[in-house]
Design a binder for this molecule. Sequence first.
Ligand code: ADP
Ligand code: MG
Length: 392
Amino acid sequence: VDEAVVEEMQRFQAQFKGIAQRYRLINRIGEGTFSTVYKAEDLFYNSYRNDWDVQAKDLAKWTPPKRRHRSTTPHYVAIKKIYATSSPHRILNELELLHDLRDSDSVCPLITAFRHQDQVIAILPYFQHLDFREYYREMTVSNMRLYFQSLFTALRAVHSQGILHRDIKPTNFLYSPLHNRGVLVDFGLAERQGYDTFPCLCELSEADRQRRIEGSVYAARGGPDTAPSYPKTDNRPGRRANRAGTRGFRAPEVLLKCTAQTTAIDMWSAGVILLTMLTKRFPFFHSADDVDALLELTYVFGKRRMREAAILHGQVFQTNIPSYDSGIRLERVVRWSTARSERDANKNYVQALSDDEVEAIRFLELLLECDPDKRITAKEALRHPFITAAGK
Ligand code: ADP
Ligand code: MG
């Protein structure tokens, strides 16, 4: 273990009263914008009951049981130290959602949480996994079926509770290729569907949307006051919508500031992971900002589809980049990025895509569907032949 990390762990142990009597910190395993995660040994595993009650308890007031449970194998936990700069509301939100999801398949359960002054820590079972970068290039389509079976199992559970994860990406899905099992972590950006939404045109039927767009006044907050028009003559007020997430993984409706986002945004992000595996490029999308991200999507999906996607949410999409007219077929994207675009004299590809790959691409199209209403759901995905064939 790195000397600087050892020092940091010592400082943390000294500052967080009571932690050392219960846990032995081993290493730092994650460091992000919102938290630092340590691997630790739970010294009193099985010696206490997890009577978790949402209000983070004070570890300094905790007294170790008289008889320590003897276990021949050490029990490991992940200690997520949520930065004190996060708002209390945000921290509570993460803990509450984890608590609500505690019995969900493939979701990393919360064991308990503690607070010392302004510092909150969440205790999770340690999950053995591999770094995505170590295996995504070697994955076969069979491996992908198993990976997504596990991810969609988690998403089905999360979505059935009306929760949007909002940050689906490889570092938040801890996967063990050896066991073909993964757990979803990091509910730091998660929210309840409908909690922070305003009417959006995408919620209407096609006919009603058309009627609204053709001149009628749409006064609801966040919605357009008049029909969408060219940017220069557009006098609608600016729009606000939750765009939290990670660049490259945001669904078109997030980029287009849809004010009624649904759990479908997570399925898009799952699609980006599948695209990454098939193209063996990580990260696949690499945009500096949301406008850039829209252009990246336009390059693949074409202007017409992006214009249609924008209209759904009462937005106008325009670009003067002429080459983005038609988009590209995903087969071509996969060929390019895996250096299989070469053709022989008869214009046939020298290296064909396998049947498995073509099947994966067809499935990918259901995830990377620009209309969130038509996008495949986690529940549907688990019944899809691409996934039901997993492990067979
Ligand atoms: P952040 O909000 O900072 O992204 P995460 O909850 O995503 O925090 O955790 C950051 C990293 O810590 C993860 O990408 C993973 O590598 C590691 N980690 C988190 N929870 C666990 C766990 N239960 N078991 C093993 N490693 C974990
Ligand atoms: Mg994370």
